[in-house]
Design a protein around this ligand. Structure first.
Ligand code: COA
Length: 156
């Protein structure tokens, strides 16, 4: 029988690793939005590209040590501005928790880790877009509703 691992150890936040593709990372993103399967080579190229940005673009994951699956993820990238004495702003994106693991505070753990990262690298604020359904979740994570999102999509 498998040994019970305490929650703290079982659900640690860490940075995305290249091997996470085979641990269900893409399938997890598919629970958030359109995400076709990504060929191995394309994944490697994008992974290396993002990695080259160092602390300015971080993808966090939680791996379930018991199943070996990636069950939560989120990312933050750091925008460098001229405004406010060359300030920095963190943008949180692509937060998703596997449907089987929701309600365990993993979403909050991911958002808190991304927020801490933004603070640590000197951002004066961290912002994100979300659906009306998720306002309550982000409020629990310490966010406040502000402004309005506008978008323009391109034919592809
Ligand atoms: C939204 C999501 C990330 C939340 O993750 P989760 O791990 O289930 O949430 P947590 O367990 O960390 O919840 C933390 C708190 O927020 C509350 N909460 C969670 N989702 C909520 C929602 N949609 N509305 C209001 N409150 C919510 C929880 O009840 C909990 O409150 P508590 O501290 O009083 O117990 C997850 O439901 C998900 O992946 N949804 C699908 C993808 C998605 O919509 N991602 C967001 C993109 S912007």
């Amino acid at each position: 029988m498998q040994k019970e691992i305490p929650g703290e150890e079982r659900f640690k936040v860490r940075r995305l690793e290249i091997s996470d593709k085979s641990k269900g990372f893409i399938e997890l993103l598919q629970q958030l939005s359109v995400c076709d399967s990504v060929p191995e080579e394309e994944f490697r190229t994008r992974f290396e590209e993002l990695k080259s940005h160092g602390d300015d673009h971080v993808i966090c994951v939680i791996e379930d040590d018991q199943s070996g699956k990636i069950i939560a993820t989120g990312s933050v990238f750091v925008e460098k501005k001229f405004l406010r004495n060359c300030a920095k702003v963190g943008h949180i994106e692509d937060v998703v928790v596997d449907s089987s693991a929701r309600g365990l505070k993993l979403g909050q753990k991911i958002v808190s880790s991304l927020t801490d990262h933004a603070r640590c690298v000197g951002c004066y604020k961290v912002i994100l877009d979300c659906s009306v359904d998720n306002i309550g979740f982000y409020e629990k994570c310490g966010f406040k509703q502000k402004e309005i999102q506008m978008a323009r999509y391109f034919d592809q």
